[in-house]
Design a protein around this ligand. Structure first.
Ligand code: HEM
Ligand code: HEM
Length: 217
C-alpha cells in the first residue's frame, strides 16, 4: 500500500536527518567541516520534500493528502475508538497519523527553508544569506533553533506512536519497507493503487535538479 517512492522518501529522510542533527548537536567527528555537511543534508531534505509535496497530489492513493487528511470529527472519532480498542483499519495513514504527517512535513519544510538564510558566525554562509535584513536573519535563526527542537519532539512522538500501534497488534514498520500491510479487517480507505511511474520520474528530475543546484550554490 505504500508505493516504492513513499518508502524511499521515508528512509532517505531518516538517514539525512540523522546527519543533520548529528552535525549540529555534536562536534561532527569525523567530518572536517560539519556545518557544510549539515547544509548538504538540509539541501537533500529540501529535494526530498519537493518530491513528497508534489507526490501528495500526484502519487498513488495512500500517498495523497486528500486521501489521508480527514475532518476533525473523523479524527476525534478515530481516537475515541482507538482508545477503546475498536479502531477501524486503515491501509494508509489513520486520521491522526495523517495530521501528524502534515505537521511533520510543514515543520521539516520550515526547518530546511529557514536554514537557507543562515550563517554560522565563522565561514559558512547559506545560499540566501544576505538576501534579507539582519532582523529577518535573526528571526529565521531563532525559528531554526526552536523548530529544530520541535522537530525532535515530533520524531519522538512519531516513533512512540509506531510502538503503541505495535503493542496494540498493528505492525506498521514492515509496511514502510515492503509496502504490504496485514490488516485484521477490510480497510475503510480502500486498498493501495499503483503509482504512475512517469509522474514519479518527472518529480524526481525536479527534486534532483533542486538538490544539485543547492549543492553547487
Ligand atoms: C528522523 C526520523 C523520522 C522522520 C522525520 C519520519 C517521518 C515520517 C513521515 C513524514 C512519514 C509519512 C510518510 C509519507 O506519507 O510520506 C512517516 C511514516 C512512517 N514512519 Fe517515519 N519518520 C522517522 C523515523 C521513523 C522510524 C525510526 C520508524 C520505525 C520505527 C518509522 C516508521 C514509520 C512508519 C511505520 C510510517 C507509516 C505510518 C503509517 O502506517 O501510517 N519512522 N514517517
Ligand atoms: C531539515 C533540515 C535541517 C535540520 C533538521 C536542521 C537542524 C539544525 C539544528 C538542530 C541546529 C542547531 C540549533 C541549536 O541547537 O543551536 C541548526 C543550526 C544551523 N543550521 Fe540547520 N537544520 C536543517 C537545515 C539547514 C540548512 C538547509 C542550512 C543551510 C543551508 C542550515 C544551516 C544551519 C546553520 C548555519 C546553523 C547555525 C550554526 C551555528 O550557529 O553555528 N540548516 N540546524
Amino acid at each position: 500500500m505504500w508505493d516504492i517512492w513513499v518508502r524511499i522518501f521515508h528512509w532517505a529522510l531518516v538517514l539525512v536527518l540523522i546527519v543533520s542533527f548529528y552535525t549540529m548537536k555534536t562536534e561532527g567527528y569525523p567530518l572536517m567541516f560539519p556545518v557544510d555537511w549539515h547544509a548538504r543534508a538540509g539541501y537533500t531534505v529540501l529535494g526530498l520534500l519537493l518530491f513528497r509535496w508534489l507526490w501528495g497530489f500526484f502519487g498513488s492513493r495512500h500517498a495523497r493528502f486528500l486521501n489521508f487528511l480527514r475532518s476533525p470529527f473523523e479524527s476525534g472519532r478515530y481516537l475515541w475508538l482507538f482508545l477503546r480498542g475498536r479502531a477501524p483499519s486503515y491501509a494508509g495513514h489513520n486520521p491522526l497519523g495523517g495530521w501528524m504527517m502534515l505537521i511533520m512535513l510543514l515543520s521539516l519544510t520550515l526547518q530546511a527553508g529557514s536554514g537557507l538564510f543562515l550563517h554560522d558566525d565563522i565561514l559558512f554562509e547559506a545560499p540566501l544569506y544576505g538576501s534579507v535584513s539582519d532582523g529577518t536573519t535573526k528571526l529565521l535563526t531563532t525559528i531554526h533553533n526552536y523548530n529544530g527542537n520541535f522537530l525532535l519532539i515530533l520524531v519522538g512522538l512519531h516513533i512512540a506512536a509506531v510502538v503503541v500501534h505495535r503493542l496494540k497488534g498493528e505492525k506498521l514498520v514492515g509496511a514502510m519497507f515492503n509496502g504490504h500491510k496485514r490488516l485484521v479487517s477490510a480497510p475503510v480507505d480502500g486498498p493501495g493503487t499503483r503509482a504512475v511511474q512517469w509522474r514519479a520520474v518527472v518529480m524526481l528530475v525536479l527534486a534532483v535538479g533542486l538538490m544539485t543546484w543547492l549543492w553547487n550554490s
